[in-house]
Design a protein around this ligand. Structure first.
Ligand SMILES: Cc1ncc(COP(=O)(O)O)c(C=O)c1O
Length: 468
């Protein structure tokens, strides 16, 4: 039970506000002998001395290990049910050439959602046959470049794209493999899925229209139909939503088999990760086991072969690998009125750091929760409830809504926020003309820059009114 009424009900006051719970921190994060945060053998102060703050620090062995682990779990479990799996890394979570190489070396393919993401993967030297292109509104140029490059699969998202992709494929003299994205009506959130209301969204085509769309695809000699695709949401902790989506797609999949091959079924991404110590996502081995059971039992019920299953995890590969380091600038104790359970006042400690919603928009955009720890030292001071804020001109510029830090946190301290690898850098902006931070990979005691930080010269470089 927390001593302040401002603590959210889910937050547990830690016995030690210096501890790094293994479920939240990257695998090679620990406290050094002097109490500093150290990731893959590199101390926070050494990282900050070389790269400044804010800085995204990627634990390379962790990211590579998670990519490999997901691929191995799905390979093993689908072999058990007499089939196989294809794992695509969803590059939208975070893509740069280095990460593209890590995941492909781990045996994954890459799902790209725009011409820009495709350009990064191709610049990394990824075999185009290992790319899948997504998007609910691909431009004609993106389609043309994808087909011309020889991407392995294009996920058709609306009926009008069938002809667009077919025309591009004919122009390039290729047979383009395609999937069809279905809006199954299932949308999974962390703890529940709503079976009806979520048809009201922009992705995919309704289940009821899918058979006709597949007939149109099959009528195009320049297209090869791979199978159906469904993505039900993100940060999902349970398998029920996937089971429901698979169940809905399976009946159609079996129907389509009567008129031609349907080698694959793509169940998308969305596996959840721990952002705080109370998050308890399913272990990847368990997810793979459940997926294999869901798909093999579904196939058995319909008397059809177990399809090759494709999945597209992004967050589960890269999210837990990364920690963002900031410098604390100002601290304010703000008196707040509380109405429940009784009318009172309480003090909230605002700890402001030198980044914010421009390097991690998720807390502001989705009310996502994160956790924080002092990175430069440990402290025996009693834990204090804090809110970590950024430096932007928005009161919603929050990085951590609520966590406990040692009560003697002070300006100049380094603060670390774990699990920022997915949709952090990828969604970063230049709001308030802040420069986007660098991304640094750490491995075996060494740090190296993998994406350089922006400079103010970068910011000015696109403003044509600037005189040299
Ligand atoms: C089609 C598709 N596949 C995969 C993903 C990856 O989701 P996650 O990073 O939650 O695994 C997304 C995320 O939005 C998506 O839209």
């Amino acid at each position: 039970m927390s001593s302040t009424p401002l603590a959210p009900a889910w937050l547990v006051e830690p016995a030690d506000a210096n501890a790094l719970p293994a479920s939240v921190w990257s695998r090679n994060a620990r406290r050094s002998a002097v109490g500093e945060l150290e990731i893959a053998g590199v101390s926070a102060s050494a990282l900050v001395a070389e790269f400044g703050t804010p800085v995204y620090v990627v634990d390379e062995a962790d990211a590579r290990g998670r990519a490999r682990g997901i691929r191995e779990s799905f390979d093993r479990e689908f072999a058990r049910v007499g089939s196989s799996a294809k794992v695509y890394y969803a590059g939208k979570a975070f893509l740069c050439t280095e990460v593209a190489r890590w995941v492909t070396e781990a045996g994954l393919n890459i799902d790209v959602a725009s011409g820009g993401e495709m350009a990064v993967a191709l610049a990394a030297g990824v075999d185009p046959a290992r790319l899948g292109l997504h998007g609910n509104n691909k431009s004609l140029s993106e389609i043309d470049r994808a087909v011309g490059a020889g991407v392995g699969a294009i996920v058709i998202d609306s009926v009008v794209e069938i002809e667009r992709v077919a025309t591009a494929a004919s122009r390039h003299g290729r047979t383009q493999p395609v999937r069809l994205r279905i809006n199954s009506g299932v949308h999974a959130s962390t703890h529940e899925y709503l079976a009806t209301a979520r048809e009201d969204q922009k992705f995919g085509i309704p289940l009821a229209d899918a058979a006709a769309a597949v007939a149109l695809i099959r009528a195009q000699p320049s297209l090869a139909f791979l199978g159906l695709h469904s993505h039900i949401g993100s940060q999902i902790f349970e398998s029920d939503g996937f089971a429901e989506a698979a169940h809905r797609l399976f009946a159609l999949h079996a129907e389509l088999l009567k008129d031609g091959p349907v080698p694959e079924l793509n169940l998308g991404g969305g596996f959840g990760i721990a952002y705080t110590s109370v998050d308890d996502p399913l272990d990847i081995d368990e997810i793979a086991r459940r997926f294999a059971d869901i798909v093999s039992q579904g196939a058995a019920q319909l008397g059809i072969p177990v399809p090759i299953v494709a999945i597209e995890p992004g967050r589960a590969v890269i999210g837990p690998s990364t920690t963002t380091l900031y410098t604390v600038g100002t601290i304010k104790d703000v008196l707040v009125s509380v109405v429940e359970p009784v009318e009172t006042t309480a003090t909230r400690k605002y700890v402001s750091v030198d980044g914010g919603m421009s390097d991690n928009i998720r807390p502001a955009l989705y009310a996502a929760n994160y956790s924080a720890r002092l990175a430069n030292r440990t402290s025996t001071a009693s834990p204090a409830l804090v809110r970590v804020a950024g430096k932007h001109c928005e009161s919603g510029d929050i990085l951590v809504h609520a966590d406990y830090l040692p009560g003697d946190v002070e300006p100049g301290d380094l603060l670390a926020i774990p699990a920022t690898g997915a949709y952090g850098w990828a969604m970063a902006s230049n709001y308030n003309y802040l420069t986007r931070p660098p991304v640094v990979a750490v491995l075996d005691g060494a740090a190296r820059l993998i994406v350089r930080g922006e400079t103010e010269a970068d910011l000015l470089s696109r403003d044509v009114g600037v005189t040299p």
